[in-house]
Structures are given as C-alpha cells and as structure tokens.
Ligand binder design. Sequence first.
Ligand SMILES: Cc1cc2nc3c(=O)[nH]c(=O)nc-3n(C[C@H](O)[C@H](O)[C@H](O)COP(=O)(O)OP(=O)(O)OC[C@H]3O[C@@H](n4cnc5c(N)ncnc54)[C@H](O)[C@@H]3O)c2cc1C
Length: 231
Amino acid sequence: MLRESVRRFAEDVVGPKVREMDENEMMDPEIIKSLFEQGLMGIETSVDHGGSEMSFTSAIIAIEELARVDPSVSVMCDVHNTLVNTVIRTHGTQEQKEKWLPLLAQTTLGSFCLSEPASGSDAFALQTRAKKDGDHWILNGTKMWITNSYEADIFLIFANVDPSKGYKGITCFLATKDMGIKIAKKEQKLGIRASSTCSLAFDDLRIPAENIIGGEGKGYKIAIEILNEGM
Ligand SMILES: Cc1cc2nc3c(=O)[nH]c(=O)nc-3n(C[C@H](O)[C@H](O)[C@H](O)COP(=O)(O)OP(=O)(O)OC[C@H]3O[C@@H](n4cnc5c(N)ncnc54)[C@H](O)[C@@H]3O)c2cc1C
C-alpha cells in the first residue's frame, strides 16, 4: 500500500515539477510541504511525536519510489528521515524528542552537518570547535556539502569540544537557523541539482547546552551508527 501511494504521489505531484526544479537548481517549497502532508517526513517517528510510526523498510520503500521519479526529492527525504530524525529518535532525551520530533515530522526540514573542507571520508578529523560559555556552547568552523541546508531550519552539527581527546571530543549539537547559521555557498552540481548542497559558516554560533544530543563526546559514535544505517 505504501509503495503504491508513494508511487502515485511521486508521479502525480513531483513528476510535473522535476524538469523545472532541476533547471532552476531549486526545490519547490510546495513539494516539501506535500512530503510533510503525506507523512513522509516522519516515517519512523512514533505517532505520539506526530510521525507515521512505520518501519525502516517502509522508509526504504518510500525513498526508492521517490527516487524513481526524482532523486533530488528522494535524497532530501532520505537525509531528513534516516539521518536527522533517527539521531534524535535513538539518542535524544525524552524532552528533546518531545520538542524536536513533532516539528521534524510535520513542518520543519532537517540537515546533518558532519563533512568539512578537509574532512570528508576522514570525518573525525573535523575542525569545527565548540567552547563552553555558561549554559551555552559557542561553535566556530565551516561545514561543506551539506544536503538540505538551504531550506532547513534544524541542523545537527558535529563539533569537537576537546581536541586533546581526538575523535572522542566530537559532540552532536542541535541548532536552529535563527541562532545564526550562515549559508556560505550553494554548490552547483551536475546531478540531483534540485537538492541543495551548501557550505555553512559558524561564527560564534551560540547553542544552548540542553541541545547536545547523546552527551558530550558521543558524536563520533552517533555518526558511525547513523551513517551505517541511513543515507
Ligand atoms: C551531493 C553531496 C551531498 C552531501 N551531503 C552531505 C551531508 O548532508 N552531510 C555531510 O556531512 N556530508 C555530505 N556530503 C559529503 C560527503 O559525505 C563527502 O563527500 C564524503 O564523505 C567523501 O568525502 P570527500 O568528498 O572529501 O572525498 P575524499 O575523502 O577526499 O575522498 C576522495 C576519494 O579518495 C578515496 N579515499 C579517501 N580516503 C582514502 C583512504 N584512506 N584510502 C583509500 N582511498 C581513500 C575515497 O574513497 C574517494 O574515492 C555530501 C557530498 C555530496 C557530493
């Protein structure tokens, strides 16, 4: 049933916009809105948190059917569900889940920010730093090739809180765009052109300490686990 309904949605709603979005290198906001309305942005999120409470296999089927018509729409949905939502579902506290999962399931696009100009495959060599300042953390650094970042309002950012501990200092922070995330550059690509891929700059980005996901120094474990399953 899911396969049939996503196939119909992809063909009827996404299909007519594929060429225009590709030529304009821009995701149509109506497509993002429709994905939320169809329950495709909280596929594994519990009903209690505003999601569709389906399985990982369901997420794969939905992403496959979207990709059949437009890989840009599919990668947007994939990153949002299998990276962003899954990090919060599996590593968030009860309060974090109650605060962020309903937004991510119903209205707000998410982005997963790990890669940097000098750390792609070697992700744990990342240079973004976080310093404690009272009940906040201050982030400085740059991320690169971040999917969904042009349209997103919720960002999971991996930064090192203690470089002397190497990768064991890497910590996952949740930030919102209005905290001061800047898009430094939107990449022009040869494929999946409607899916945004941007460089981001963090210039004394202040994040409340309560927005650490999974605990200080647990970011490397979260990233490995999530990337093994998602995307
Ligand atoms: C369209 C797009 C969307 C992306 N979206 C995101 C996103 O949402 N969030 C995010 O954090 N990142 C994102 N990325 C970044 C992506 O994760 C990196 O591109 C990827 O990790 C590879 O890093 P790199 O491009 O620096 O390549 P490199 O690490 O420089 O690798 C280049 C080549 O060298 C090979 N190589 C590297 N190291 C070794 C080694 N030790 N031994 C042998 N071979 C090696 C690699 O296999 C590859 O073939 C995105 C990238 C693209 C292109």
